[in-house]
Design a protein around this ligand. Structure first.
Ligand SMILES: NC(=O)c1ccc[n+]([C@@H]2O[C@H](COP(=O)([O-])OP(=O)(O)OC[C@H]3O[C@@H](n4cnc5c(N)ncnc54)[C@H](O)[C@@H]3O)[C@@H](O)[C@H]2O)c1
Length: 383
């Protein structure tokens, strides 16, 4: 067996994503033991000493920091993983790249296009490996959708439709801003559902169906004022609570996207459907191991939507897990992305989406918000 190479991870942020990434790093050596590069949980950073120590003990980090600048400057860190709110991504990623570290960041790449551009420039100038955690690509059913589309089975694609629906901000009593609620404050998040939820839908869409050329959008902020957790004062709500846009793809197909946090009854309903000349595909996050497929070339009497349980050994990533028929979960998308990142060090190939690739999603989000604000169609500049 070849000698393993260590990638010493410095993770910043101990919230939701800090947990998914830490779980991923812990699982990679168990389920991808053949890979040459393996993570070592060297350090974790959060501002509260007590919290970060407890997190380090729980997930197996060797050391802690309470200032991300110290973590980024440490000689014993090879890769900085950013799991903090969106307003910190640019500053941390640029500093990490300048310190010669590999940089993995949570999505969206940044709050806006200016920050995103600086981040792309920083990693490219430093020549450091980079990736953005658009993790849904790595669910086996979504990767299978990509394989089916790339094989040409759908033929010419006419329609791409995606939704990301939640219902957790309907109460007017919910405050905005600060710990746990930074997503409701545009100063921290950049935008509302557009950068948070639609960014996922856009990343998957351009991966599956190619570039988007122009968009026409509308946004709504249903609750206009909320108490801000940091000031204690009633303040204007600056995020989009809901966003709907339609668009043209470069391949001639039409796109329709909707996201909201006001769809009572839906917690995280991410769905997409693609209609081609010969076949269609649809997928639903609530049933993430299944891919539905309709093939018009089937014998007419037997023709219908097939429900493919994407759990067989020849399905993407599934040879790494249990036995055929047994499903996997949300957390596996992060394990797969981490494994792909380490594999990309072995093969010398980029780990998609790179900052540069994720910049396209940022451009589309920006165009969507601009279109809604100006009530006009907005074109996406090609990079
Ligand atoms: N890929 C996905 O599916 C997905 C899902 C959720 C969140 N996200 C993204 O992940 C990022 C984090 O989101 P989350 O849900 O984990 O948020 P969270 O609020 O659960 O956690 C954020 C953590 O960052 C810490 N933090 C904030 N500022 C810090 C600083 N200056 N230094 C050190 N630590 C700091 C907070 O204390 C908290 O522990 C966001 O960019 C978000 O958009 C991605």
């Amino acid at each position: 067996m070849s000698e393993k190479k260590e990638v010493r991870i410095g993770l910043i942020g101990c919230g939701f994503m800090g947990r998914t990434h830490s779980n991923a790093y812990n699982r990679v050596p168990n389920f991808f033991p053949e890979q040459e590069y393996q993570p070592v949980l060297k350090a974790v950073c959060a501002r509260s000493e007590d919290k970060v120590r407890a997190f380090a003990d729980q997930w197996g980090y060797e050391s802690v920091e309470t200032d991300w600048k110290k973590l980024v400057s440490r000689d014993d860190i090879d890769a900085v993983d950013i799991c903090t709110p969106n307003d910190t991504h640019a500053e941390i990623a640029i500093a990490a790249a300048q310190a010669g570290k590999m940089v993995l960041t949570e999505k969206p790449l940044a709050r806006n296009i200016e920050e995103a551009k600086q981040m792309v420039d920083a990693v490219e100038k430093a020549g450091v490996k980079n990736t953005v955690w658009y993790n849904y690509r790595r669910l086996p059913a979504v990767t299978l959708a990509k394989q089916i589309i790339d094989s040409g089975k759908l033929g010419k694609i006419f329609h791409y439709r995606a939704n990301f629906l939640q219902d957790w901000t309907i109460s007017a009593d919910l405050p905005q801003g600060g710990e746990g609620l930074w997503r409701l404050d545009a100063a921290a998040a950049g935008s509302g559902v557009t950068g948070d939820l639609l960014a996922h839908c856009i990343d998957t869409a351009i991966w599956l169906n190619g570039s988007i050329t122009d968009v026409s959008a509308m946004t709504e902020t249903f609750i206009k004022e909320r108490v801000h957790q940091l000031t204690g004062k009633m303040q204007k709500v600056t995020i989009d609570d809901a966003c709907i846009f339609h668009c043209h793809f470069k391949n001639g197909s039409l796109g329709l996207f909707e996201s909201t946090r006001y769809a009572r009854g839906h917690k995280a309903l991410y769905t997409f459907e693609i209609n081609g000349e010969h076949a269609s595909i649809r997928w639903d996050l609530h049933d993430l191991n299944r891919l539905e497929y309709f093939d018009h070339s089937d014998e007419s009497k037997l023709r219908g939507w097939r429900s493919i349980h994407v759990t067989d050994g020849d399905h993407p990533y599934m040879d790494k897990w249990w036995v055929p028929g047994l499903g996997i979960g949300y957390e596996h998308s992060f394990i797969h992305q981490a494994a792909d990142f380490f594999k990309s060090l072995e093969t010398g190939t980029p780990c998609s989406p790179t900052f540069k690739e994720a910049f396209e999603t940022q451009q589309i989000c920006e165009a969507v918000l601009k279109s809604a604000a100006t009530k006009s169609w907005c074109e996406i500049e090609s990079v």
